[in-house]
Design a protein around this ligand. Structure first.
Ligand code: DQA
Length: 142
């Protein structure tokens, strides 16, 4: 079993970016956590981050050829990107949406997700644990 963990814009700055909202762990720390959990659960995890919408779409298309599912934090593109929604609809593998912060306790524009309806489910508000919980949920449905 192979899983893509995909991170969207500005998540490369985790650790220094608004630590009061996103915590003090870096993206590498989070990738290590999900990779370790993957090992424990017997799955291969590949982690990718991009600040570019098109590159995220390419990564989703590519995942169709090798991954069994995707754990995806699209960052701010969550709230705006119909193109990402269409990419998720276009691929046959399950996608779990994750957010580190509780987007429903924040600005109203963060309450809207373009992608939730085409994802299997979502995990919101557990900090870096949103990723490990998302991976566990994805593996259970697989
Ligand atoms: C986020 C929430 C988004 O609203 C924000 O734009 C992000 C991170 C989260 O993980 O909490 O970049 O997806």
């Amino acid at each position: 079993m192979k899983i893509l963990v995909l991170h969207g814009p500005n998540l490369n700055l985790l650790g220094t970016r608004e630590p009061e909202v996103y915590g003090s762990m870096s993206l590498d720390d989070i990738n290590n956590k999900v990779t370790e959990l993957g090992k424990e659960l017997g799955v291969e995890v590949k982690c990718l981050q991009s600040n570019h919408e098109g590159a995220l779409i390419d990564a989703l298309h590519d995942a169709r050829t090798w991954a069994n599912g995707v754990v995806f934090n699209p960052g701010a593109y969550t709230h705006t990107s119909i193109a990402l929604r269409d990419a998720i609809s276009a691929i046959q593998i399950p996608v779990v949406e994750v957010h580190m912060s509780n987007v429903y306790a924040r600005e109203e524009f963060r309450h809207v997700s373009m992608i939730s309806a085409v994802c299997k489910g979502k995990v919101v508000g557990f900090g870096w644990r949103s990723y490990t919980l998302g991976l566990r949920a994805l593996l259970e449905i697989l």
